[in-house]
Design a protein around this ligand. Structure first.
Ligand code: NAI
Ligand code: MG
Length: 518
């Protein structure tokens, strides 16, 4: 598929999707030196370019980042304009009733349902995540995020406190103000939708900075949202982290920061928040343990472990179950089935419907993942049961492809067992005693997700309760569902999102009112 041609058509269709939509600046008129479309940012409901005129090239990782579009390179002055606009819009948006805000979310959900395929193709093209197993489900699932928060909007309620007949004490859940949201590229639309739905349903306004590697589908979603939201409630910026992201984190009118990305940048966001006493939610990295008990040596569990490792997203997921603890008694037979299953995965063009696994996002991540594979292979005692360094020739060298890799006989102190690889590399550590495996599972600076595979439910729940992670799945390997609070223990983050409680805790502030009735 000619990705530049098809993306150009898709981007051009932005302005013709609705007859009453004004044409976007750039989409119809601006072509760049590279002959790709310049897709504007969204500020105050208007397509907007960077004041200084800079742009960032967005590439297709399946073709070594061959340019597919350009987006504005927002600098501090652009961030300031967006935040001022959001601050202005907040004054009226906060007064829109929660149920009305919820109704708008429901309309956005329907529009996202109607337009998911276009967004799916954009995600696949800019991220390298294969269409059928990954990008399409992400685009489809996004409507559910808007629908969930739209549905619970009426639950933004406070409490009354029983202090006797002479006192009326009640609390209100008030919005905080302008939220600065920063998202990564690995599932950009879903993560963007979360920030949008939670911030805006709660009555805040939002300046969302998309990841420089994957801004196109997020911009498209922003356009869809802006058809229903008053101008300035949602603003979507494109730019580099150290420029636009950093400027957003320190802007004095941003009253709440919500960040998803690396632990390293999460720390700098928290420092910036500390200087202004701004609440912050951080969804950071993980090295999630997967504990397989001797009674779970079967194909269903193998399938679940493959799903949990997020192989169809090339392992580029914060919840990837990337440390597999296999009971010694089933080590060989389980790995045999696992390898057989992984060998059936077709790695290649993300836009091909039959592809199971696409390309990593960029060369930096590719080099990083290769470095980890090399490091793991070099450990004494390491057994590489599948994969290894990526192929040196053939069609897979056209993109940043890494094939499924499984390293076993690892110990929990190896670098590949401690650090987040963010690639399709599964590290296997054999275990024999239950106490020992729980200790190893918890011997990590991360604590985002965990997986327990065990038919004995008493034993399984006992393990689930002892593992230090914000989210534990028992006999399930799939993704988050709107409604359950999600977030990390330890260096995997702070705050919870994805649920009504998460929205209340992270995106509203409680005000108490004490009234003397005596
Ligand atoms: P990153 O954390 O640098 O980028 C995530 C977002 O933060 C992007 O929008 C980026 O523009 C922004 N950002 C970067 N520097 C910033 C700064 N100084 N101030 C404000 N915003 C900033 O992640 P990156 O570099 O793309 O990936 C590196 C590693 O991070 C990965 O290998 C992976 O281990 C981890 N990661 C974890 C994610 C998760 O979902 N937990 C998502 C993406 C990356
Ligand atoms: Mg970075």
């Amino acid at each position: 598929m000619d990705s530049v041609g098809s993306i150009s058509r898709l981007l051009r269709s932005y302005s013709t999707a609705r007859p009453d939509n004004p044409p976007l600046i750039g989409v119809e008129t601006v072509t760049t030196e590279r002959q790709v479309q310049l897709v504007p940012m969204l500020v105050g409901g208007e397509p907007t370019l960077a004041k200084a005129g800079g742009t960032i090239t967005v590439g297709n990782p399946a073709h070594r980042n061959r340019p597919i579009a350009e987006v504005p390179r927002a600098l501090a002055e652009d961030v300031d304009a967006a935040v001022q606009t959001a601050h202005h819009a907040f004054q009226s948006w906060r007064r829109v009733t929660p149920r009305e805000r919820g109704r708008i979310m429901l309309r956005i959900a329907d529009a996202m349902d109607a337009g998911f395929e276009e967004i799916a193709v954009l995600i696949a093209t800019e991220t390298g995540n294969a269409l059928a197993p990954q990008s399409r489900p992400e685009a489809k699932g996004t409507a559910e995020v808007f629908r969930y928060f739209g549905g619970v909007a009426g639950e933004l309620k406070g409490e009354t406190v029983p202090l006797g007949e002479d006192l009326l004490v009640y609390t209100r859940r008030e919005p905080i103000g302008v939220v600065g949201g920063i998202i990564p590229w690995n599932s950009p639309v879903l993560l963007g939708a979360l920030k949008i739905a939670m911030s805006i349903t709660a009555g805040n306004t939002l300046v969302l900075k998309a990841a420089e590697d994957a801004p196109l589908a997020v911009l498209r979603m922003g356009q869809v949202c802006n058809e229903y939201l008053p101008a300035g409630v949602l603003n979507v910026l494109t730019g580099y982290g150290e420029e636009a992201g950093a400027a957003l984190a320190v802007h004095p009118l941003v009253r709440k920061l919500s960040f998803t990305g690396s632990t390293e940048i999460g720390k700098s966001i928290m420092h910036a928040a500390a200087d202004r006493i701004v609440p912050v939610s951080l969804e950071l990295g993980g090295k999630s343990p997967v504990v397989v008990y001797p009674d779970s040596d079967n194909d269903t569990v193998v399938q679940g472990v493959v799903a949990g490792m997020r192989f169809t997203r090339q392992g580029q997921s914060c919840t990837a179950g990337s440390r597999l603890f296999l009971h010694e008694s089933i080590h060989d037979s389980f790995l045999e089935k696992l390898v057989a299953k992984l060998q059936t995965l077709k790695v290649g063009d993300p836009l091909d419907e039959s592809t199971d696994m696409g390309s990593l996002i960029n060369q930096k991540q590719f080099d990083r993942v290769c470095n980890y594979i090399e490091d793991g292979m070099g450990q004494s005692g390491a057994e590489i049961v599948l994969g290894g360094m990526p192929p040196q020739d053939g069609p897979l060298t056209e993109g940043w492809y890494v094939t499924p890799t499984v390293i076993t006989r690892a110990t929990n102190d190896w670098r590949v067992a401690r650090e987040e690889i963010f690639g399709p590399v599964l590290v296997v550590v054999p275990w024999s005693g239950e106490e020992e495996v729980i200790r190893m599972a918890n011997d990590s600076h991360y604590g985002l997700a965990a997986y327990v595979w065990c038919q004995n439910i008493k034993q399984a729940l006992n393990a689930a309760h002892q593992i230090d992670s914000g989210w534990i799945q028992v006999n399930r390997g799939l993704g988050q569902i709107p409604g359950h609070s999600y977030g990390g223990f330890k260096m995997s983050g702070m705050g919870r999102e994805f649920s009504l409680e998460g929205m209340l805790d992270s995106f509203t502030q409680r005000k108490s009112v004490t009234v003397n009735l005596a």
